[in-house]
Design a protein around this ligand. Structure first.
Ligand code: ASP
Length: 305
C-alpha cells in the first residue's frame, strides 16, 4: 500500500555560503519533525487532510520559515498571513487571507473547510469566524522576529518588495501534500507572503488552484514562489489538468510547469506534489527549495539545494 507525505519550507535564491550549518540543520530538523507528525497520522490510518494540517502547523511554529511565527512584514510593518487547504476526495477547501492574529492560519483554513459554506475568508471576518470556532489567537509579539523586522526595514529603505532574501536569511512559505491509506489526497500551504508587500496584498497560497490544489483523480500540489505568477498561471490546477486531460505523469506535468513554462517567463518558485500512486515530485527553478518527503519511518529525504 502506497502512502506518504511531502513538505516544503519555501523556494528561493540560496547562496550556499550564506546558509550556515546551524541554519541548515535547524531547517532540515524542522522539515523532518513536520513530516513525522503528518506521517504518524496516515501511518495510523488517519486522513491525508489531518496529516497536511499537522505538518503545516509544525512548519508555521518554526520561526525561520515565513509562515505563522516568523512571518514577514507588510509595508505597514504588520503581519498578514494567508493559508489554504484542500481535500482531494471531496474537493472541499478552506482558506484565509490577511489574518493578523491567528497562531496557525492553516488550522483556521481547515475550520472553514469543515464548518463554513464559504471557502475564503479575509482578515477581520476570518478572525471573527476563528473566535466562534475557538481557534487559537496570538498577539503581534508572538509573530515578531528581529530577523524579519530588519529585512523589512532594509526592503522599505530600498522601496522593494522581496520574494526571497536568503542573503538576509529569510526562508519561505510552507506547505504539505499527502496520500493516505484510503487513497485520498490533500494539500495545504501557509505563508506570510512577501517582505514589504502592499498591505492587503493576497498571494497564491490561499487561492485554490493557484498555490494549493488536491484532487483524487490526479494529485495534490502545494506551491511556493512569486505568487502573482502562480495566480496568473493557475499553477496547482494546471498540474492537475495536464495529468487529467493530457495524460501526463506527475513528473512530466510538474517539470513542464516549473522548469519550462514558469522558467521561460522568469517566474521563480517551486512546488511539491504527490499523485494517487504515491509518486512524489519536488521541482523548483530557483537555486534551492527547503523540501522533504517521507514514505516510512526509515525512508525519508530532506534537501535544500
Ligand atoms: N508564494 C508566496 C506568496 O507569493 C511567497 C513564497 O512562496 O515565498 O505569497
Amino acid at each position: 500500500m502506497n502512502f506518504g507525505i511531502a513538505v516544503h519550507g519555501g523556494a528561493g535564491t540560496m547562496p550556499r555560503k550564506l546558509i550556515t550549518p546551524e541554519i541548515e540543520t535547524a531547517c532540515r530538523n524542522a522539515l523532518k519533525k513536520a513530516m513525522q507528525s503528518g506521517f504518524a497520522i496516515i501511518r495510523d490510518g488517519g486522513s491525508s487532510l489531518d496529516a497536511v494540517e499537522a505538518a503545516v502547523i509544525e512548519l508555521e511554529n518554526f520561526e525561520l520559515f515565513n509562515a505563522g511565527k516568523g512571518s514577514v512584514f507588510t509595508n505597514k510593518g504588520k503581519h498578514e498571513m494567508d493559508a489554504g487547504i484542500m481535500d482531494g476526495k471531496t474537493l472541499q477547501c478552506g482558506a484565509v487571507a490577511g489574518v493578523e492574529h491567528i497562531k496557525n492560519p492553516v488550522a483556521l483554513a481547515k475550520k472553514i473547510l469543515h464548518h463554513s459554506e464559504h471557502i475564503l475568508l479575509l482578515n477581520d471576518g476570518a478572525e471573527e469566524f476563528a473566535k466562534m470556532h475557538r481557534v487559537e489567537f496570538a498577539d503581534d509579539d508572538y509573530f515578531f522576529t528581529q530577523l524579519r523586522y530588519d529585512q523589512y526595514l532594509k526592503a522599505k529603505n530600498k522601496d522593494i518588495i522581496v520574494l526571497d532574501h536568503v542573503d538576509d536569511k529569510k526562508l519561505g512559505t510552507v506547505g504539505a501534500v499527502a496520500l493516505d491509506k484510503e487513497g485520498n489526497l490533500a494539500a495545504a500551504t501557509s505563508t506570510g507572503g512577501m517582505t514589504n508587500k502592499l498591505f492587503g496584498r493576497v498571494g497564491d497560497s490561499p487561492i485554490i488552484g493557484a498555490g494549493t490544489y488536491a484532487n483524487n483523480r490526479t494529485c495534490a500540489v502545494s506551491c511556493t514562489g512569486h505568487g502573482e505568477y502562480f495566480i496568473q498561471h493557475v499553477v496547482a490546477y494546471d498540474i492537475h489538468c495536464l495529468m487529467e486531460y493530457k495524460n501526463m505523469t506527475l513528473q512530466q506535468a510538474t517539470e513542464h510547469v516549473i522548469n519550462d513554462k514558469l522558467k521561460n517567463i522568469n517566474a521563480e518558485g517551486g512546488l511539491i506534489a504527490i499523485d494517487t500512486k504515491g509518486n512524489i515530485c519536488l521541482p523548483f527553478n530557483t537555486s534551492g527549495m527547503y523540501r522533504g518527503w517521507m514514505k516510512s519511518e526509515n525512508d525519508f529525504f530532506t534537501a535544500i539545494y
